[in-house]
Design a protein around this ligand. Structure first.
Ligand SMILES: [Zn+2]
Length: 552
């Protein structure tokens, strides 16, 4: 070809090439939803001076940040959080009122996704494997994507925690995997298409025994970094219940593994590394993003949550887990760039709830805070009711999630009115230290909307599932007394530290920008639906995030 002819052809092609690079395709090849368990909004900035350029900072510098994103219901726990992100609605509609609760049909306390109709696949551990999303009463954006195109889109859930893999992936995913502590395997249940056994690629991945490898070395801090954002002398608060972590970093993980088993990886940064290893293998081996039909990977990082529970938000362990997660997010973004190109993948990152301060630490600073002993409330109430009402009985089925389920049959058998029993219990609760207020469910429904957190409380109540009495604690109080009595931290309240979370978008059709307009967590799913031109999840109560739709 002559030089002139080459430049002529090149000149013709160039605008096409440039246009192809600038104009995103009609649909992304892949959507990656990242949930960072217990990531507070301020963690985007607290450790920012030590984040690299390819992780959180890249999402902020290239993408769109909804800085004022809030949970709009209580309780702010993991299962309701993941369900709200993907269903576009709250426990009032999707039915996920906690991680566990009193189940009136089972007449027992239930774990959210437990479903004994199904069997474990990849482990012999029934508790780890007998799960399904049947408890989720509405569809997810991932369900709607599959329904929109005759199931051509592939949907997969990946997370160490079962509930944080199962709920996002919805009712009809192609696969759903979570981690089993007893075998160290990524597993699933017979609810899913892999009902007859793990696919060969998952078996091969499990055979690499990465959990054992990651736990064969100590957990050390990076000696080149000053952990200035964490408090000195924090070790005395570093005694959450999970695991048996003595002292401070570095931790002898081979020794801890001997006493705690492989599940100890959840409490280390390597839990997130293992999750990314498996997620990238999932993209490769399941061919996610391989054609023009959008696929969806629901990815959730649990180790941030386990670490914050165990070490509190001011422990250098928690800082270390975020600095290392930042590198893992960079690894994912880099992988996606190289494999698909920036314009072909839509990424969003948020959290399933925030997290509070360690109460005993706040007390040492003379800031009001405390732990309400919810685990003792049922016995205390039964004793008090027996005295007050003059009849001993089994008045209460269950106390959990700052709710009380009354035993209506037993109360009726005593010729008493449940309302009467409820009000005696409420008067008792109102006298307890740390209780802000207590109400019957009917009272919550009739309170003026201006009443503090009335709307958030209502959005957390499901008519058939929630308790008869709801109580709320003061700011900085929590009621997980069994797990986090003297150290660590937790979440669950309607206060800002539990409800304000990051929401970052990057990639396909995402403009660069930042908005402080209020966004509810339930807005994510309808916004994804609007971007993809598919139906919203069937229980959606959220709104499209208008600022994000000023698309490229
Ligand atoms: Zn969580």
């Amino acid at each position: 070809m002559s030089c002139k002819a080459f430049f002529f052809i090149a000149a013709l092609c160039l605008p096409v090439v440039i246009r192809a690079q600038i104009n995103p395709p009609a649909q992304p090849k892949l959507i990656v939803g990242i949930v960072v368990d217990q990531m507070r909004y301020d963690f985007l900035y607290r450790y920012q001076s030590k984040y690299g350029s390819g992780g959180f900072k890249r999402l902020l510098s290239e993408g769109f940040s909804c800085e004022n994103t809030r949970y709009n219901y209580i309780p702010t726990y993991t299962a309701p959080g993941h369900a709200a992100i993907y269903s576009g609605t709250t426990p009032a509609v999707n039915g996920i009122i906690g991680n566990d609760w009193w189940d009136a049909e089972w007449r027992a306390h239930r774990y959210v996704t437990t479903d004994k109709r199904y069997n474990p696949v990849g482990t012999t551990n029934n508790k780890a494997g007998q799960h399904s999303p049947s408890v989720l009463l509405s569809t997810t954006v991932t369900d709607e994507l599959r329904l929109s195109n005759n199931f051509k889109s592939k949907v997969v859930g990946v997370c160490l925690k079962d509930r944080a893999s199962i709920l996002p992936a919805g009712h009809i995913p192609n696969a759903c995997y979570w981690f089993d502590d007893s075998s160290g395997n990524w597993i699933t249940s017979s609810y899913y298409p892999d009902s007859m056994g793990l696919p060969q690629w998952v078996q091969d991945f499990n055979a690499r025994r990465l959990p054992e490898k990651y736990l064969s070395k100590p957990w050390t801090i990076d000696s080149t970094i000053r952990y200035d954002e964490s408090f000195a002398g924090w070790d005395k608060y570093n005694n959450g219940k999970y695991g048996n972590f003595p002292g401070s970093l570095p931790y002898n993980l081979p020794e801890l593994r001997k006493s705690e088993g492989l599940g100890v990886i959840r409490f280390t940064p390597m839990g997130n590394t293992l999750t990314v290893d498996f997620a990238l293998e999932t993209i490769e081996k399941m061919g996610l993003g391989a054609d023009e039909v959008p696929d969806f990977l629901c990815l959730s990082f649990s180790s941030t949550d386990y670490c914050a529970h165990q070490f509190g938000i001011h422990g250098e362990e928690t800082e270390d887990v975020y600095l290392k997660l930042d590198r893992e997010i960079a690894r994912i973004l880099d992988f996606l760039d190289k494999k698909f190109g920036k314009n072909n993948v839509l990424v969003f990152l948020t959290a399933d709830h925030g997290g509070g301060e360690t109460p005993v630490h706040l007390n040492d600073l003379r800031i009001p805070a405390g732990v309400f002993e919810e685990s003792k409330l049922e016995a205390n109430l039964e004793n008090m009711l027996a005295v007050q009402l003059g009849a001993g009985g089994d008045f209460i089925h269950d106390v959990s999630n700052q709710q009380i389920w009354l035993n209506w049959e037993a109360i009726n058998d005593l010729d008493m009115e449940p309302e009467e029993v409820a009000h005696v219990a409420i008067e008792y609760l109102r006298m307890q230290k740390g209780v802000y207020d207590a109400f019957t469910r009917d009272e919550v429904m009739s309170y003026p909307i201006e009443f503090p957190f009335a709307a958030e409380t209502r959005r957390g109540i499901h008519p058939r599932r929630s308790g008869d009495i709801i109580f709320q604690l003061d700011p900085a109080w929590h009621s997980d007394d069994n797990l986090f009595k003297s150290g660590g931290a937790t979440h669950g309240s309607p206060y800002a530290y539990d409800t304000h979370v990051p929401l970052l978008w990057q990639g396909w059709k995402v403009p660069h920008g930042v908005s402080h307009t209020p966004v509810n967590i339930t807005d994510i799913a309808p916004t994804l639906s609007a971007m993809l031109h598919i139906a919203e999840p069937n229980g959606t109560t959220g709104q499209v995030i208008e600022a994000l739709m000023q698309q490229k």
